[in-house]
Design a protein around this ligand. Structure first.
Ligand SMILES: *[C@@H]1O[C@H](CO)[C@@H](O)[C@H](O)[C@H]1NC(C)=O
Ligand SMILES: *[C@@H]1O[C@H](CO)[C@@H](O)[C@H](O)[C@H]1NC(C)=O
Ligand SMILES: *[C@@H]1O[C@H](CO)[C@@H](O)[C@H](O)[C@H]1NC(C)=O
Length: 206
């Protein structure tokens, strides 16, 4: 997976904005499986929207990207999988309805998520592709109060959209908006930009 570095280099030479890569991954499936937190448990306690390579399974006994033959993401060079919680609206009569997901501004797709790869803007770290089998998780599925680290945040979007500030700064909040949001709710999950270079996983996957 050498292409992200090439792409980042060409962007950096033509633009003054920090180099980054941004792409859409459409919904692959919505299912109660989580091979990272609940390997082999079907159904898993939480429902997820899964995007990415087609070899996704309830277990991670295989290296997913090398077993996949196609992906719901824009770039066919990346067969990674990404999976996220699914949000429900609770009506006054007690029924739940899934909140539809939509691609970010300027991108096309069926539901899904937008993936950003943002390198260290000070060039202090070396960018490499993930090693086979690399896994990571952010957030806490059991959290009922805002968490100390601002890694998961939400913004009530105006109808016009707003692509500013993807670092969880104001007006993003750690709680879901309470009112109606004309442009929907934007949720950001921030993963670390660097890792120890050795361990592909850790007991809590963080
Ligand atoms: C997919 O998951 C099922 C159930 O956990 C398991 O039996 C099967 O071997 C897995 N397939 C692969 C390719 O890992
Ligand atoms: C409950 O309320 C929702 C939202 O108003 C509505 O779509 C649904 O049909 C209602 N269900 C029942 C059983 O009344
Ligand atoms: C980091 O590297 C890029 C590409 O070589 C360059 O355009 C940019 O100015 C560098 N940034 C810093 C802070 O040195």
């Amino acid at each position: 997976m050498k292409w992200p570095i090439l792409l980042l280099a060409s962007l950096a030479s033509t633009q003054s904005i920090p180099p980054m890569m941004r792409f859409e991954c459409s919904q692959l499936v919505v299912d109660r499986i989580d091979p990272l937190v609940n390997p082999g448990l079907t159904p898993s306690p939480h429902l997820h929207q899964i995007v990415g390579g087609n070899s996704f399974n309830a277990t991670l006994q295989h290296d997913l990207p090398s077993q996949s033959t196609c992906t719901s993401c824009t770039f066919s060079e990346d067969f990674s999988n990404y999976w996220t919680a699914v949000l429900y609206f609770k009506a006054r009569n007690g029924t739940f309805k899934r909140v539809p997901q939509a691609p970010s501004e300027g991108l096309k797709g069926n539901g899904g998520i937008t993936v950003y790869y943002i390198p260290d803007t000070q060039n202090k770290t070396t960018v490499t592709a993930f090693k086979p089998g690399f896994r990571m998780l952010v957030g806490d599925a059991a959290a009922t109060t805002p968490q100390p680290a601002r890694k998961v945040c939400h913004r009530c979007m105006p109808a016009s959209g707003d692509n500013s500030n993807i670092n969880c700064g104001a007006p993003d909040a750690q709680e879901l908006p309470k009112g109606t949001c004309a442009g929907g709710i934007r949720t950001i999950l921030t993963f670390p930009t660097c890792w120890d270079g050795k361990n592909l996983d850790s007991p809590d996957h963080k």
